[in-house]
Write a protein that binds this ligand. Structure first.
Ligand SMILES: [Zn+2]
Length: 143
């Protein structure tokens, strides 16, 4: 048996991470046009970095919940009999920490920084600013 699963922000609410479009979601408190577009990053990278630094801190204190664990358990149980193809809209790593493998992140990953200069993606767990050089090409202001 092969199973396809698509998850979204609602799955991580029980872990303490906010959704985006719910009544109390992130976009009710923050303007996505000022934080989640290439133009926003180009015009105010400090504000964009501050938003993602806040979210990265929240993620690092979160833990996978029962839903993340159930999907990981299902994937492991299918080994040898089929597969579970897991795609998530979430940028958190809670599926991986629960034990899921080969997770496809449609919208990127909060714990990786991508360089706009060389396109390298680097694991990133700290605050990020325009003064951090890219570990791959050494340019600053591109992560
Ligand atoms: Zn680079």
């Amino acid at each position: 048996m092969n199973i396809f699963v698509l998850t979204g922000a609602g799955l991580s609410v029980e872990s303490g991470l906010d959704t985006f479009r719910d009544k109390d979601g992130l976009w009710s408190r923050f303007d996505p046009m000022k934080l989640a577009t290439p133009g926003a990053f180009a015009s105010n990278p400090d504000e964009v970095h501050a938003f993602y630094n806040m979210r990265r801190k929240n993620l690092l204190s979160a833990e996978p919940n029962a839903a993340h664990c159930a999907l990981a358990h299902l994937q492991a149980g299918l080994a040898g009999h089929g597969s579970l193809f897991l795609v998530t809209q979430n940028i958190d790593d809670l599926h991986e920490r629960a034990g899921s493998e080969r997770v496809i992140h449609m919208h990127g990953e909060l714990l990786k920084a991508r360089c706009t200069g060389c396109a390298a993606a680097t694991p990133w767990f700290e605050d990020l600013s325009v003064s951090n050089p890219c570990p791959n090409c050494d340019h600053t202001g591109t992560l």
